[in-house]
Design a protein around this ligand. Sequence first.
Ligand SMILES: Cc1ncc(COP(=O)(O)O)c(C=O)c1O
Length: 421
Amino acid sequence: MKLKERDQKHLWHPLKQHQLQPESMAIVKAKGCVLTDENGKEYIDAISSWYTCMFGHCNDYIIEKTYQQMQQLDQIMFSDFTHEPAVKLSEELIKILPKGQNRIFFNDNGSTAVEAAIKMALQYYFNQGEKRNTFIAFEGGFHGDTFGAMSVSGLSVYNGPFEDFLMDVKRIPVPNGENRNEILSLLKQYHQEEKIAGFIYEPLIQGAAGMKIHDAEGLHTILDYCKTNDILTIADEVMTGFGKTGKFFASDHIPTKPDIICLSKALTVGLIPMAITSCTEKIYEAFLSNDISKGFFHCHTYSANPIACATAIAGIELLQTEEIQNSILRISRMHSDFKNEIKNHSKVLSVRNMGVIFALDLNVKMERYGDLRDKLLQFFMDRGIFLRPLGNTIYIQVPYVISDDQLKRIYQTIKESLGQL
Ligand SMILES: Cc1ncc(COP(=O)(O)O)c(C=O)c1O
């Protein structure tokens, strides 16, 4: 029996209506930018398997470094113990994180990185005798699937059924270059009416919303307002972190730096799940006390797993090489050329790109999980390209090691798809 069929007996997949779509694609191998299915068909991974494998799948250097660690120390609880990979990772990460970040707290995935950030912000005030219970977030943002993360995300199919159980969150529109005053007056209103603990945002690019890019100056204005009004700022860099936007972090494009940063996905380059919530010394100090209960009592069993830490260190080493930095520039230039080539196509509503991220909105109405979108996904898969449209948005987020020819094949297939619509 094929994997595809065996799968249906016991497995329950995420983001899927099994009654309508019983089958999943069975992948048996991944190397570099290429995935191979159980029939031997190959696909270029044009979205780096949800923005994780930025140095290609099964990267030899990453595997070697991870294997070395596997032979040395596999797992040790991080409450009461420490180890070289965690210490070294904290040292290397602090060197490249936006200015001000000085403490590294470990989590398991993007959602729990956000969850810890939310709890950190709430307890930061609680420890100082102040009760704050509201967050500000962008409309249409996505921050994950745990309750805090669902609360700060925009309402959608992901969090709709749980609406009654979510935290109090006030929404502001993303800055578009023209709504500065509207956003500022909303911020002032919320600040007067509510006890705001923090503002959480995906810096510059809202991923799940369809790789929507917003205005850097506008974001700077919001962050500046928060800083001057004692509202903590939480940058969710789960999607944007580690080079995707052309700088190490999207926050590097903006002069005002966040108090807390959430990291995952490319942190461990697709090999092992792990996440980090980093923060400034000011936040950390609010948890120091002779009173034990003022510590941060939030912990996951695999916190700072040594193997995952070793993988992350290897990824940070590769990210800083001239070869990878040049490659990010190369991809960015190719994206810009492709954007100019197709921006006036009758089926294209809008096109945008930043770093290795490229997105176009089709001039065609499509449900996020509807028939037409599924047909488009199938069109790409049939042609050996793994692209996963978000409704009517087709986006690319390729591994940094993709070749020019592979990237051109992705562009060509997108152009063909426009002709079919
Ligand atoms: C910006 C952002 N934050 C948080 C998450 C949640 O991460 P995870 O799926 O690892 O829980 C995602 C996932 O796509 C994301 O894009």
